[in-house]
Each structure stands twice: as structure tokens, then as C-alpha cells.
Design a protein around this ligand. Structure first.
Ligand code: C5P
Length: 400
């Protein structure tokens, strides 16, 4: 995201100012050019020399500094593609919200048309102060991207909300949200199912499959990058992704119930879960005891088909996408599935290929849709495949 971009980091006076050093390093590692502006109080917490060495540029601290250039804060403001204010104190938030530009940091910010990201860090009482809340609302409405502080150990010696997010998280969240602003599916609500469903036999035993949920999570991430709000109905907890609301389920019936609720307000549904086709006919309340020399007979009944059910209730503006695991005749079987389940798109993968699939980080698929001719996507990482799938979905959505 920040490769070959010019990033200006504004550091204000919080004890967490030391984290700005890592932020600069991470941005440099991503291939960004960086410059740092510090407030006077930031200099109490971290030497400008540290940030100057890391950013590979002189640090601006004084509005009236005697650099050779004419009006240095205007030049820096024009130079920047992005401005990060990290950490941001209540004071600098107040100044930005109210148009005060009385030092190098705030004057540079005010003069810049760059995309702006701010990560507040302060004591929990200050964070809850009405004026701070009001000011954060103002800058949010002005188009600033706010990276909320997290709950954690504060400098005051107790745990509360107000801790600056770790620099890795700040960059990851900023990247995803900046990308989403330009996304092809901006503002769409997408529901994705993920993982293998779990069918209980008794309190300790269950039937399931080997799905890792990786493809569903990759799709969730790609959908957020494209600007979607995501509801992920999942049996596995893999990672937190900004913009993704996770709903945890176990059985197929639970997954269906949650899918039906979420689909009411959705634009797109992707069934990426590996759903158990069968479940035990009866759930046994107490642990089943073994009996000498007697085999245990299980009777399994068919589970509802979530994709088919959703396909049958979708309206003409809703897009439904399913997966198909095939070992042969991928395209023709995929096309049949498209019709049987009333889907708009089927992502078919060849499960006879042991290099891809369930727990693998890679996949290779054929995208089959009602609208376009089949598209073969060669073996690559699941996140890249997910981005191609989301891109293909956006073609359908935007021509619907
Ligand atoms: O019919 P088949 O299991 O091959 O279809 C696979 C697709 O249908 C996948 O998208 C899977 O998530 C979905 N499916 C479902 N409910 C089922 C079985 C499959 O949603 N009971």
C-alpha cells in the first residue's frame, strides 16, 4: 500500500511516542519515503535524532526553522501522499478539529491535501472526555481515518482503554481502510460462510471435516479491501480483520439460521464453508457407552443445503456465490451446480490435486458464472485467488 508513497509522520507528546520509531521503520520497509514532524512535547519523549536517522531525513520541529527552503511546512504538506498522526494526544486532536495551526506539526497538517490517518493515545479519562469525543467526531466527519486506541496496560499503571495500537496494526488497518475507500464494492454488505461444520453426536463426540477456513477468511479480507462490510459466519476463529464481524457457529443448522438472518440485509452471499451433508439423526444427551462386541450403528440424516436455500430466496439484486469441489469435468459439473442452486457464480476447484485445497495456503480454481465464460485461475495463494474472485463478483454487481 505504501510502496513508493511519500508518508509524513506527525509525532505528538505522548509516552507512546517511542512507537513512532517502529512505525517509521515499517513504512520504510514497505518502500515508502518518510519524513517526520514533531511537536515540542513529543521531543520530551523521543529524541528527534532517532526519528531523523530512521526516516533518513531531517526532522521538522520548528515552524520558523532556518532550512534553505522557502516555506518548509507548505513544501512538506505538498510533498506528502499520506499523513499519519501517531501518537495523537488530546491536544493535537483538539487543534486539528478546531483549525488551530500554531506549530510546525499542525501548520503542515492544515496545509496538506494528503489522506490523513490519526491514532489517538491517551489516558482513558481523557479519551472519555466530552470535548475529546466531540473533536474526534469532527475530524472523522472531515474525512480523517481514525485508528481507535486499544484496551491495555497504560503508563499510569493500570489497564484501560487508550493505549496506542501497535505500529504493525496501525499500518495494516490503515492499508485496508485506505484501499476500501477506492474499492469496487464500496459500501456493499457481503455475507461469507467459512470452515467445516460440526455435527454433535453426544456431549463429547462430533462429525466434521478437514476444512481450515482459510479460503473464507481470505475472501473476507479481500472483500474488506474492496470496500465491503463483511459478516463472516464461521466455525473457526483464525484472525481479526478490520471491517469483519464474525459470527461463530458449529452445526449446519446454526450456519443456515445465521445465514438467513444476515442475508436479509446483504448484497452478496458467498458459501465458502465445507458443510456436512449429513448429521446424526439423534443427539444423545449423555456420552454413548461402548458395549462389548457390539458395533455402534449411526443413522445419519441429510442436512439442509445452505447455498441452495439462499439461492432460492435471493432477489434480483442479490448475488449468490458457491464453491464446488470436483475431481473431473470441472466446468460442466460446476455449471450444473450453478443451475441446481440458483447461484450467480460457482468457484470450482479440483480436489484430486493434492497440492491445493483444504489446509493448503494455495488454491487454483475455475470461476463459472451465469454471465461470463469460465475463467481458469492458476495456482496461487488463497488471498490472491480471493481477490480475483471478489473482482469477478464486482464485475457482476456493477453490471447488474
Ligand atoms: O452440493 P455441494 O456440497 O457440492 O455444493 C458445494 C457448495 O454448496 C459450497 O459452496 C458449500 O458451501 C455449499 N453447501 C451448503 N450447504 C450444504 C452443502 C453445501 O451451503 N449442505
Amino acid at each position: 500500500m505504501f510502496k513508493n508513497k511519500k508518508v509524513l509522520i506527525v509525532v505528538s507528546g505522548s509516552v507512546s511516542a517511542y512507537k513512532s520509531a517502529s512505525l517509521v521503520r515499517l513504512l520504510i520497509k514497505q518502500g515508502a519515503s518518510t519524513r517526520v514532524v514533531m511537536t515540542k512535547s513529543a521531543e520530551e519523549f523521543i529524541p528527534s535524532k532517532t526519528l531523523s536517522i530512521l526516516s533518513r531525513y531531517e526532522v521538522l520541529t520548528d515552524l520558523f526553522s532556518s532550512y534553505d527552503r522557502e516555506v518548509v511546512h507548505i513544501e512538506w504538506a505538498n510533498w506528502a501522499d499520506y499523513i499519519f498522526v501517531v501518537p495523537a494526544t488530546a491536544n493535537i486532536i483538539g487543534k486539528i478539529a478546531n483549525g488551530i495551526a500554531d506549530d510546525a506539526a499542525t501548520a503542515t497538517i492544515m496545509a496538506s491535501k494528503a489522506d490523513k490517518i490519526i491514532a489517538p493515545a491517551m489516558n482513558d479519562a481523557m479519551l472519555n472526555n466530552a470535548a475529546v469525543k466531540r473533536n474526534l467526531d469532527i475530524i472523522k466527519n472531515d474525512g480523517w481515518l481514525i485508528i481507535d486506541p486499544e484496551y491495555g496496560f497504560l503508563a499510569e499503571g493500570y489497564e484501560a482503554n487508550g493505549r496506542l495500537q501497535e505500529p504493525e496494526k496501525i499500518i495494516a488497518e490503515a492499508s485496508i481502510r485506505l484501499q476500501a475507500k477506492l474499492g469496487k464494492l464500496k459500501g456493499k454488505h457481503i455475507v461469507i460462510t467459512a470452515g467445516g461444520t460440526v455435527e454433535a453426536l453426544d456431549p463429547v463426540r462430533y462429525l466434521t471435516n478437514r476444512s481450515s477456513g482459510k479460503m473464507g477468511y481470505a475472501l473476507a479480507r479481500a472483500a474488506v479491501e474492496a470496500g465491503c462490510h463483511v459478516t463472516l459466519i464461521t466455525t473457526v476463529d483464525k484472525e481479526d480483520i478490520y471491517g469483519v464481524t464474525k459470527i461463530f457457529v458449529k452445526s449446519t443448522q446454526e450456519m443456515l439460521d445465521q445465514s438467513m438472518i444476515a442475508f436479509k440485509h446483504a448484497d452478496i452471499f458467498i458459501a465458502a464453508a465445507a458443510v456436512s451433508d449429513f448429521r446424526p439423526m439423534t443427539y444423545v444427551e449423555h456420552k454413548i457407552k461402548k458395549q462389548d462386541n457390539y458395533p455402534l450403528q449411526l443413522t445419519l440424516i441429510q442436512n439442509p443445503d445452505i447455498l441452495k436455500t439462499i439461492g432460492s430466496i435471493k432477489n434480483k439484486n442479490q448475488i449468490v456465490v458457491g464453491f464446488a469441489a470436483e475431481t473431473q469435468n470441472i466446468v460442466s459439473y460446476g455449471q450444473n451446480k450453478l443451475n441446481q442452486k440458483n447461484a450467480d457464480m460457482i468457484i470450482a476447484n479440483d480436489v484430486s490435486n493434492s497440492e491445493i485445497g483444504f489446509s493448503s495456503d494455495d488454491n487454483s480454481v475455475t470461476i463459472i458464472s451465469q454471465k461470463y465464460s469460465p475463467k481458469v485461475v492458476t495456482k496461487q495463494s488463497k488471498i490472491k485467488i480471493a481477490r480475483i474472485i471478489i473482482d469477478s463478483i464486482s464485475e457482476i454487481v456493477n453490471t447488474n
